[in-house]
Design a protein around this ligand. Sequence first.
Ligand SMILES: O=C(CO)[C@@H](O)[C@H](O)COP(=O)(O)O
Ligand SMILES: [Fe+2]
Length: 227
Amino acid sequence: MTRPLRLAPSILSADFAAIGEVVRGLDLAGADWIHLDVMDGHFVPNISFGPDMVRAVRRLTPKPLDVHLMIAPADPYLAAFAEAGADVITVHAEAGPHLHRSLQTIRALGKRAGVAINPATPESAVEPVLDLVDLVLVMSVNPGFGGQAFIPAVCEKVRRIGAMTAGRDIEIEIDGGITAETAPDAARAGANVLVAGSAALRGGPERYADNLQAIRQAAERATGTWA
Ligand SMILES: O=C(CO)[C@@H](O)[C@H](O)COP(=O)(O)O
Ligand SMILES: [Fe+2]
């Protein structure tokens, strides 16, 4: 199944004092989704924000909010993120022993469910839950920080997940180190949702449209879908 290319800029590297300008700017610049990185200082060595930020961003844009939970445990907070306005809620396969239950809960809350895996986690970790997910997120950096270098070896894993999910309605998202230089390999491997943090926000709001266009164009050229 060919799914549309979607750009999901992450607000992680934004100036949170100017979050309105950032989110409205990304929306106008052609973001398909807005990616929100939730970090707890426990599952990952950094703390970002929680449901209140999702609620604030919800008021700023009608675009789908793609909430990437890097928290353990995740289950006690799923309802709060759903109520705050998330559209897609993604939990890490490594974040707890009850992945199946977490995904069931997200679906029961009426949201699209995603499962994420770290660079060192094999694709076999998501295979048992494919019936319960709308999205598989493949980390192309070790989670916790923006601005890290893309790990090219994950492209082979993206390819294998593409084969594993063939014929299913499942988005494949790649997250970490995506730029106009790395997007072609990611898109060729089969990722259709590209998260970009620093490469999207670089230079401030007046650069957002050019930044997103450069990534989109590079990915579409690589997959032969550039009009
Ligand atoms: O989930 C994460 C990091 O853990 C990402 O979403 C980053 O926020 C993407 O930032 P860049 O690597 O594109 O700067
Ligand atoms: Fe992320």
